[in-house]
Design a protein around this ligand. Structure first.
Ligand SMILES: *[C@@H]1O[C@H](CO)[C@@H](O)[C@H](O)[C@H]1NC(C)=O
Ligand SMILES: *[C@@H]1O[C@H](CO)[C@@H](O)[C@H](O)[C@H]1NC(C)=O
Ligand SMILES: *[C@@H]1O[C@H](CO)[C@@H](O)[C@H](O)[C@H]1NC(C)=O
Ligand SMILES: *[C@@H]1O[C@H](CO)[C@@H](O)[C@H](O)[C@H]1NC(C)=O
Ligand SMILES: *[C@@H]1O[C@H](CO)[C@@H](O)[C@H](O)[C@H]1NC(C)=O
Length: 295
């Protein structure tokens, strides 16, 4: 590790001012010596701890955790505090930094800089990746007719961008129509969705969709009839009405025929009814007649 420091730097007076200069210089070292990057994973809204490796049992002159070449995150200079990021806290051992309220923009490379009392300096790169879990995918189904359905699966608020995938049992008569993952400009998180077309001529089957390893429920598709209690009610009501109307007509025609019978010959009246297409009427007349004959 190089010692890049001039005596001026060790003067505590202009610490903040010098900070940027020193960090700019050391950043180049970090790029060339970053073979062993430490990986750190966090989730949106969660927290992480940067543990900067200490290699010497000596007093630490300064410790900086910084983002990129210029941005100071947390640390100290000869036990003086420098204005840290609001969502960070220096650990008790003075070389760890706790960071909370993570969001996607916190992802990236951080640099640990430590200088010991003998002016030996070490730097370590810590790569933070912040992810967000997608919501469990939801499906909406819209069928144009009994044989053709469009299904859209949607999932919200994940990171990084991931395509919505399908899992369909059995037949191949379906295809993906489109796919999209759109990111929110502020939170940088993605909504992922996909639409697929199903040809229902092979009958009912099930599907699910997944984004990364977040999987939806299994949903049925191409079900022959919707088992909707409201539908049953409508069907029963309609059937009852038709039966009532039918019997009203029958009764009405029967009465009409009966009055006609009184005026003229019974056979003529029956013929008239036949022409009007009231076959049941003829039958009921016959039944009546039969009844009379029987008695
Ligand atoms: C995100 O998913 C991972 C793995 O499935 C799980 O361990 C973690 O608890 C989830 N995070 C949240 C905030 O739900
Ligand atoms: C995908 O296709 C469906 C059906 O054609 C359409 O309603 C939807 O808006 C499309 N989505 C995108 C992101 O293009
Ligand atoms: C993502 O989905 C959420 C919830 O439906 C919505 O409020 C938001 O506007 C969507 N963002 C984008 C970029 O489509
Ligand atoms: C659905 O598939 C059947 C054969 O399995 C085919 O005859 C029919 O044309 C297809 N319909 C559509 C809308 O693709
Ligand atoms: C899937 O889950 C495993 C553990 O359950 C987790 O380590 C991994 O990051 C998850 N992958 C995605 C893409 O969410």
């Amino acid at each position: 590790m190089a010692s890049c420091c001039n005596p001026q730097f060790l003067n505590p007076r202009h610490s903040l001012h010098l900070l940027a200069l020193v960090l700019t210089v050391t950043w180049h070292f970090s790029l060339t010596e970053s073979a062993g990057k430490i990986q750190l994973k966090g989730e949106v809204g969660g927290n992480v701890t940067f543990r900067c490796p200490v290699v010497k049992q000596q007093t630490i002159k300064f410790f900086y955790l910084q983002r990129g070449p210029h941005i100071f995150v947390n640390g100290f200079y000869e036990s003086k505090k420098v204005q840290p990021w609001e969502n960070t806290r220096l650990g008790h051992d003075k070389t760890t930094v706790h960071m909370d309220s993570l969001n996607i923009s916190h992802s990236g490379d951080y640099l640990c800089l430590i200088m010991y009392s003998d002016s030996h300096k070490t730097e370590t790169v810590i790569q933070l990746s912040v992810t967000a879990n997608y919501s469990k995918p939801e499906a909406t189904v819209s069928c144009r007719d009994r044989f053709s359905c469009l299904v859209t699966c949607t999932s919200h608020g994940g990171y990084p961008g991931t395509k919505m995938m399908w899992n369909v049992n059995g037949s191949l008569d379906w295809k993906v129509v489109n796919n999209s993952d759109m990111s929110d400009p502020v939170t940088m998180m993605f909504n992922s969705s996909s639409t697929a077309h199903f040809n229902c001529s092979n009958g009912e089957r099930e599907f699910s969709c997944h984004v990364g390893n977040v999987t939806s429920n299994m949903f049925p598709i191409c079900t022959p009839q919707k088992k909707d209690p409201n539908n049953h009610f409508v069907i029963i009501a309609a059937a009852t009405c038709s039966i009532l109307v039918f019997f009203s007509i029958v009764v009405w025609l029967w009465r009409k025929c009966k009055t006609g019978q009184k005026g003229g010959e019974a056979t003529d009246v029956r013929q008239e009814c036949g022409v009007n297409g009231c076959k049941e009427e003829v039958i009921s007349l016959n039944e009546n007649k039969g009844g009379k004959e029987a008695s």
